[in-house]
Design a protein around this ligand. Structure first.
Ligand SMILES: O=c1ccn([C@@H]2O[C@H](COP(=O)(O)OP(=O)(O)O[C@H]3O[C@H](CO)[C@@H](O)[C@H](O)[C@H]3O)[C@@H](O)[C@H]2O)c(=O)[nH]1
Ligand SMILES: [Mn+2]
Length: 738
């Protein structure tokens, strides 16, 4: 028998933590050396470059220090799901699954259906699962896809359970798994029939989406279709709440229950702020509260299908642990992606965050909440604190949802449709605490991280858990513009938190540990980190054009310090990525390039956006990342060719920087030819830096002049960047001489 004292999970410090600490101490010494050097060798001429570079170096050093908190005590977690099952199988708590979608064009309904099916088929007692899909597009096409999926679920779910299928997302299952003749006859037959049914469903959904309307005969199959009337648009429509599957009413093909499935589109009216995804999640919190009201909530983006059917059980190992479970507010799984090229052209895997930094935060108070692949306590979302989670939340929720609604504990979804609709009204939250204290918080482009930080500040811990088989898989952007836009949104939102009332310096520090605040600040301060990066990308190059040396000469012993700082930082980060993230050398190369590109572009624009928001000039929105792209672009992506194509202002900063460095390098080489060795002696590090940037920028030059396909750099951006580069070069050199 299993003893009741055994923990359900263990936490171990990563073995390389000690190496990290030793390296951090050495590197810190080198940084002090750099500061000493800069002060010691204050120039007599060329003050401006010196000031700019010194500030940039101090900026880098500060960010580096913040990053070290996530290297100090990285941990690894392992769970014991069999112990959980032995002790709690009968008491596994109910879980509500929230899936958000916003746009049937950018987020194909067939993908939403797949995500949904993967969660309906979780290896978890069905009577304790309910699934809510929020459709911010208010689209009948999405509803149709979910309706088809709910029919297919009746075959798919029992099939997965019967054969203990690992991959429970049908699209992924049928593309990964091919029968090879060793399976039993009955399995092969079922596999074939189900595959045919899946293909048919996929065909129906895709053709309806292509046509843009649901055919009349299909509309007759469910009452819900009647809710859509002419004149409704995604920005102006009433609330629609429809039950597609209900326990006790709908059974699968074998007579077993299926999880509840509820479709929700909240009311939208022009002039009413809808608060994007945060608003959608809050509606789901309320609607589910009057239906299943499960104590745990899984939030998922519509493209993030469940890839590991045991994920919910894994998460429960933390929450249900008898010793420490009560302190955890949420369990975050890493975001993992499918469809990324081998060498990860746009660094879409986010390995640095999910394979390195989050493990470090996990050793402190826990990782950020990143909006998807995360299981939270409902109480925590409703504002409660760890020591009072027993019942404050229910009283809070009662304040927020009129008691008449909650009178019948856990009524069946179909009995609660009217209440549900009322709770999805667009004026429901007027003059309430929703989005301010309760639910997912508003006014931030990364509502999830803000909400997570406020949860940490209330005293909760969180868990980061990467199971060997990835829990969830989603899409990453596959064009440069989408990548940069996404990073701009993130950097904007993160900086918004830093300048909000939740600032780690004033609020955070009083409520959670210093190290946790430092780790969070690393992410919050991405946008301002564009300034040091821009300085380093421009100042040495422009100085070289005016013949000004800004780094020590080769014969100077300080030269070695700079070489050490640069090469060891690069090497260390490459080793980390390769050893911990399983990246190839090419991946590391691409990672550092994207770090530079988004640093000077996305982050710079994010900084400008936050400043203009603070000044009241502009508002920050949420541009949904497209999950579809045209087949020509897909081919280029698979060949790892940079995709520019659109005339995006985000391309300008890195194009200009790339051109300035090209000119500087040519100027520098001309100088060397003129002066001979003394030229090299003085300018060696600047020549090296510019060469490095030029080599990195090869795809940019190629996009400008060497390509004719649709993904090449738009001519207007090329011309503008060339003009800007020439103007900057000719104007700045004279200023730098003072
Ligand atoms: O008004 C909106 C806008 C977006 N979404 C949904 O939000 C999710 C994330 O949107 P996506 O365009 O895919 O953004 P990503 O940048 O990929 O999302 C990451 O970053 C977001 C914060 O910026 C988090 O909310 C997400 O969980 C996280 O995966 C999707 O399911 C959308 O359908 C809505 O429901 N309503
Ligand atoms: Mn996404």
């Amino acid at each position: 028998m299993v003893s009741t004292d055994f923990p359900l999970y263990i936490t171990l410090e990563k073995p390389y933590a000690k190496i990290n600490r030793v390296y951090a101490c050495i590197y810190f010494g080198a940084i002090l050396g750099l500061v000493y050097y800069r002060i010691l060798y204050m120039p007599t001429q060329g003050y401006l470059p010196w000031i700019l570079l010194f500030c940039a170096e101090l900026g880098f050093a500060f960010i580096w220090i913040l990053d070290q908190t996530m290297r100090w005590r990285p941990v690894d977690r392992s769970t014991f799901p069999e112990r959980l099952s032995n002790r709690f199988e009968m008491d596994l708590p109910p879980i509500d699954i929230f899936i958000c979608t916003a746009d049937p064009i950018k987020e194909p309904p067939i993908d939403v259906a797949n995500t949904l099916l993967s969660t309906l088929a979780f290896d978890y007692p069905v009577e304790r699962l309910s699934c809510y899909v929020s459709d911010d597009g208010g689209s009948q096409l999405t509803f149709y896809a979910l309706f088809e999926a709910s029919c297919f679920a009746k075959i798919w779910v029992p099939f997965c359970h019967k054969y203990s299928i690992q991959q429970r997302c049908p699209e992924a299952f049928f593309s990964e798994y091919h029968i090879d003749g060793i399976e039993s006859l009955s399995f092969m037959e079922e596999w074939k029939t189900i595959k045919e049914m899946y293909e048919e469903m996929k065909y129906c959904i895709n053709s309806v989406v292509e046509r843009g309307t649901v055919p009349e005969n299909k509309c007759k199959e469910h009452e819900g279709f009647k809710e859509w009337t002419s004149g409704m648009s995604s920005r102006d429509h009433p609330a629609i709440v429809q039950v597609l599957l209900e326990k006790g009413k709908d059974c699968d093909g074998e007579g077993h229950d299926l999880p509840d499935l509820v479709y929700v589109t909240r009311e939208k009216k022009p002039g009413y702020p809808h608060n994007f995804k945060a608003g959608a999640l809050n509606v789901l919190i309320r609607v589910s509260a009057v239906m299943s009201n499960a104590p745990y909530i899984l939030t998922l983006d519509c493209d993030m299908y469940a890839n590991n059917c045991k994920a919910l059980r894994e998460a429960m190992c933390f929450f249900m642990d008898p010793q420490t479970g009560h302190q955890f507010g949420y369990v975050q799984f890493p975001q993992r992606f499918h469809g990324i090229t081998i060498n990860d052209l746009y660094a879409g895997h986010l390995k640095k965050a999910y394979d390195i930094q989050f493990n470090g935060l996990d050793g402190i108070e826990g990782p950020l909440y990143v909006g998807t692949g995360c299981i939270l306590r409902r109480d925590v979302l409703c504002g409660s604190e760890p020591h009072e989670f027993v019942d404050v939340s229910s009283s809070l929720i009662k304040q927020l949802i009129p008691s008449t609604y909650l009178s019948m504990e856990k009524a069946s979804p179909s009995k609660r449709l009217d209440e549900g609709k009322d709770l999805a009204r667009c004026d429901y939250e007027d003059n309430s605490l929703w989005g301010k204290k309760i639910g997912v918080l508003y006014d931030c482009a990364v509502e999830d991280v803000l909400t997570g930080f406020s949860i940490h500040c209330r005293g909760w811990k969180s868990v980061f858990y990467s199971p060997r088989r990835n829990a969830f898989l989603g899409c990453a952007p596959v064009t440069l513009n989408d990548t940069l836009n996404q990073n701009k949104r993130w950097a904007t939102g993160l900086l918004e938190i830093f300048v909000s009332r939740f600032c780690p310096l004033t609020y955070g520090i009083r409520h959670t540990r210093l190290a946790e605040n430092m780790g969070y600040s690393f992410f919050f301060l991405g946008a301002p980190s564009s300034l040091p990066l821009l300085c380093y990308g421009l100042v040495p190059a422009l100085s070289m054009l005016s013949g000004l040396s800004v780094f020590p000469q080769i014969s100077d012993p300080w030269f070695l310090l700079f070489v050490f700082l640069a090469t060891s930082a690069y090497a260390y980060s490459a080793i980390e990525l390769m050893y911990l993230g399983g990246a190839s050398l090419r991946c590391c190369w691409n990672e550092q390039r994207v770090w530079m590109i988004r640093g000077v572009s996305s982050y710079l624009f994010a900084l400008i956006q936050v400043i203009s928001k603070l000044l009241g000039i502009s508002k920050v929105g949420f541009e949904v990342t497209s999950k579809v792209f045209d087949s020509e672009a897909a081919k280029r992506y698979q060949a790892e060719i940079f995709e520019f194509g659109v005339a995006s202002e985000l391309f300008i900063p890195f194009s200009v920087t790339a051109l300035i460095n090209l000119m500087a390098l040519m100027g520098g080489i001309a100088g060397v030819i003129r002066k001979g060795y003394p030229g090299v002696e003085n300018m060696f590090l600047q020549l090296l830096l510019s060469s490095f940037i030029v080599i990195n920028s090869y795809p940019i030059y190629e996009g400008m002049v060497g390509r004719k396909d649709k993904g090449s750099m738009p001519t207007c951006i090329t011309i503008f960047s060339i003009l800007a580069a020439v103007v900057v070069c000719s104007m700045v050199s004279p200023i730098f001489e003072f």
